[in-house]
Design a protein around this ligand. Structure first.
Ligand SMILES: NC(=O)c1ccc[n+]([C@@H]2O[C@H](COP(=O)([O-])OP(=O)(O)OC[C@H]3O[C@@H](n4cnc5c(N)ncnc54)[C@H](O)[C@@H]3O)[C@@H](O)[C@H]2O)c1
Length: 318
């Protein structure tokens, strides 16, 4: 199978390309990435070593380029996006451009080129926020209720993908995943920032009261779910992905400090993010029962491995 992967130099994209070509060495990957600030130079170095991988530097909004990249492609795995909520609050425009207009461009081109499968990688953030004291979980039937420009742009892209299935019969699948952690993530995100700051004895900023809860998944487990949904997912379906590792930001930060062997005194509470979603919790029963997916990486072990990876590569993040 020949795949077009978008955003394959970012955190999840680069892990997915490596995962996919390890699992399916006979496949070919064209990796279209704009190389924004979020693209990882370390990932670029590693991916260059892979056989059956071709990198194209460019924008998913560029009609001509996307048309060229999709020639002879069997499947699209759309991972590229603007992803940092704080940046979307400061300036939503690039989020609408890439996440909405870029997704539309890919869908229209996929239809024109007769691509057989279009898999869209999305987030649990489209479902909004749960109360800390509630025992509710999000699942595929939950009504969309995005609360910041990032999640609104992802929700819009999900609707476009669903529409291309309903209206034009494009074979689409969507995965909405909980928060990921692992190697190659940009240092602006909570876990890499906490690790890198702790390793250099710098204060670790924690928003508000630190009680906001996220549901954490090791990135390779996300990659295996994407791979499965791409190959075996039913057209038009959405699958929620999580491993039920719910922790507050403060708990995560303390766990990291414990693994690294540094004092909690490095924690510095800072002014809360505007409209900060309180809790995400995602039920992955559908993909487990219908496609047989399960996460394979125990949380604490994967977190410890992640710390080791950033320790080994910390000089590349300065
Ligand atoms: N990180 C998470 O915890 C998480 C969880 C669930 C879902 N997701 C989704 O997974 C996807 C990837 O997230 P990530 O954290 O790996 O992102 P990231 O910010 O690390 O990487 C995004 C990549 O997309 C590329 N890109 C951005 N704009 C582009 C454009 N216009 N054209 C081509 N390439 C462009 C960047 O250069 C970068 O390499 C996103 O769609 C995100 O919504 C992320």
């Amino acid at each position: 199978m020949k795949l077009l992967v978008t955003g394959g130099l970012g955190f999840i994209g680069s892990n997915f390309v490596k995962y996919h070509l390890t699992e399916h060495p006979e496949d070919e990957v064209v990796n279209l990435d704009k190389e924004t600030y979020a693209a990882s130079p370390l990932a670029l170095r590693e991916l260059r070593k892979l056989r059956n991988h071709r990198l194209v530097k460019g924008d998913i909004c560029d009609r001509n380029l996307v048309g060229k990249c999709m020639g002879g492609v069997d499947a699209v795995v759309h991972i590229a996006a603007e992803t940092h909520v704080d940046r979307s609050i400061r300036n939503p425009r690039p989020f609408v451009r890439t996440n909405v207009a870029g997704t539309l461009n890919l869908l229209m081109t996929a239809r024109k080129c007769g691509v057989s499968r279009f898999h869209h990688v999305s987030t649990d953030e489209v479902y909004g926020s749960l109360a800390l004291d509630s025992d509710k979980m999000f699942d595929e039937a939950t009504r969309y209720s995005p609360r910041n420009p990032y999640s609104a742009s992802k929700a819009s892209s999900d609707f476009l993908v669903q529409t291309f299935h309903e209206t034009y019969g494009l074979h689409t699948t969507i995965t909405n995943c909980s928060n990921n952690f692992g190697p190659f993530q940009n240092a602006e995100k909570l876990i890499p920032k906490a690790i890198l700051n702790a390793l250099s004895d710098r204060p670790i900023p924690v928003y508000g009261d630190g009680k906001n809860v996220r549901d954490w998944l090791y990135v390779d487990d996300h990659c295996s779910a994407i791979d499965l949904a791409l190959r075996e997912g039913k057209p038009g379906e959405t699958y929620c992905i999580s491993a039920g590792n719910e922790f507050s930001n403060l708990q995560i930060t303390k766990m990291l400090l414990d693994i690294i062997g540094k004092d909690d005194k490095l924690i510095q509470f800072v002014e809360d993010r505007l409209g900060h979603d309180r809790r995400y919790s995602l039920d992955s029963a559908k993909i487990r029962s219908q496609l047989g997916w399960h996460s394979q990486h125990p949380f604490r072990e994967a977190l410890t491995q992640t710390v080791s990876w950033y320790r080994e590569h910390k000089n590349s993040f300065s």
